[in-house]
Design a protein around this ligand. Structure first.
Ligand SMILES: O=C(O)C1=C[C@@H](OP(=O)(O)O)[C@@H](O)[C@H](O)C1
Ligand SMILES: C=C(OP(=O)(O)O)C(=O)O
Length: 415
């Protein structure tokens, strides 16, 4: 296999650019944004609050901020970014804004954010236990100030507070107290993008983030390709001993997916980054991986799939928070990899994977796009691996089936 795969825009950058644009002064543009379920729900949520968002042009979205108001309804789907980034924005709106989503969205962690917004003077009614559905009763202004939060279940709880905070009267000081916050690169992305629109942000003290109150300026964003979405394609180079290139891979980035270079290198790949992009060469071997993935949790399903094909055992650690993702990813990976014949030991904070010869069979996706990516990788080496649903990849990459088929050189099959 020698393939070039053009990936769509980054989900995380598109989500942040949309939110920042809505709370800025003046218009913003997003070049090469991600058009997928999560980002379209973000755009629709902002539109529901009154923001002008035009997504008609695939290559250039335009956001025109307007005063925000309720009553409004926001469908979060299964998007962590929408359910954690929009409630602080809705608190700035005048009127009631209700949030709800897919059945699984009602189980994902929200309570720390609801509690934190309460500390900042925002009135919220939520389902028992601090879950969706919920209503944010905005009064057109948020006092802001100091807040303490346990964000060990998701970095998005902090990102959400920071992204809206420049519009709070006192800005915000967020102090995390509890087990470590995962996904450090995502928090860096939040801070870097806030600074790019003129926010005063201090993140020099571990676990404390300060955003000064102030006006943010709309701007043009160039959205990078989604590097986490690159995981299954780059993994394919290792499984097949082939070469996969991703044009436009940035030379420096806050995206968690950039860590694939070192992680897949440790597993036997040979990555070469140039001004044209990243090329991953498979070397004909796949080694096991012993790694703390707490900073890059979203890469876990694909790495676990690859680990099941490796020539030595793997230990993936630091990822207890994956139990609150699209599905309980540790439970789901344990069940599905075991069903194909791998020996998987589920730990409270991760997985131990001992490869054994695998056989084909059904691989449940649990509505999780990255479970589908993992199955696709295994399917390259094991005949007869059948996904229950490839449609779930539309969450972050509706073109996944077409890109995958083109890469493996087969016509797209009907799903
Ligand atoms: O802020 C973001 O864009 C994201 C943060 C991470 O969330 P968690 O910290 O909940 O893992 C990541 O897994 C998710 O895919 C996207
Ligand atoms: C965890 C993920 O998504 P979300 O933004 O919904 O949390 C993911 O994309 O792997």
């Amino acid at each position: 296999m020698a393939a070039t795969v053009r990936l769509p825009g980054s989900k995380s950058m598109t989500a942040r650019a949309l939110v920042l644009a809505a709370v800025s002064t003046g218009a913003s543009t997003l070049r090469a944004p991600l058009r997928a379920r999560d980002t379209m729900l973000m755009a629709a949520g902002l539109q529901a609050l009154g923001t002008g968002v035009s997504t008609g042009d695939d290559d250039l979205w335009v956001v025109r901020p307007q005063p925000m108001h309720g009553p409004a309804k926001v469908d979060v789907g299964l998007a962590g970014t929408v359910m954690r980034f929009l409630p602080p924005v809705a608190a700035l709106a005048d009127g009631a804004v209700t949030f709800d989503g897919d059945p699984r969205a009602r189980q994902r962690p929200m309570a720390p954010l609801i509690e934190a917004l309460g500390q900042l003077g925002v009135r919220i009614e939520a389902a028992p236990g601090g879950h969706l559905p919920m209503t944010v009763h905005g009064s057109g202004r948020v006092r802001g100030g100091e807040v303490t939060i346990d964000a060990s279940s998701s970095s998005q709880l902090v990102s959400g507070l920071l992204l809206a905070a420049a519009a709070f009267e006192q800005g915000v000081v967020v102090r995390h107290v509890g087990p470590p916050v995962p996904s450090a690169p995502h928090l860096e992305m939040t801070v870097q993008m806030l600074r790019a629109v003129g926010a005063g942000v201090d993140d020099s003290t571990p676990d404390v983030w300060t955003v000064q109150p102030g006006r943010l300026s709309g701007r043009g964003w160039d959205i990078e390709p989604d590097l986490s979405g690159a995981a299954p394609f780059l993994a394919a180079a290792l499984v097949t001993g082939g070469t996969v290139s991703v044009p436009g891979w940035p030379s420096s980035t806050t995206q968690a997916g950039d860590r694939l270079r070192e992680l897949l290198s440790a597993m036997g790949g040979d990555p070469i980054l140039s001004t044209d992009g990243l090329t991953m060469h498979g070397t004909g071997v796949v080694h096991g991986l012993d790694a703390d993935l707490s900073e890059v949790g979203e890469l876990t399903p694909v790495l676990a799939g690859l680990a099941a094909l490796a020539d030595s055992p793997s230990r993936l650690r630091g990822i207890a928070h994956l139990r609150g993702h699209e599905t309980d990813r540790l439970g789901a990976l344990t069940r599905e990899l075991s069903r194909l014949g791998a020996e998987v030991i589920e730990h409270p904070d991760g997985l131990e994977i001992r490869p054994r010869p695998l056989t084909g069979g059904v691989f449940e996706t649990y509505d999780d796009h990255r479970m589908a990516h993992a199955a696709a990788v295994i399917g390259l080496a094991v005949p007869g691996v059948e996904l229950t649903d490839v449609g779930c990849t539309s969450k972050t990459m509706p073109e996944f089936p077409a890109l995958w088929s083109a890469m493996v050189g087969q016509p797209e099959v009907e799903h």
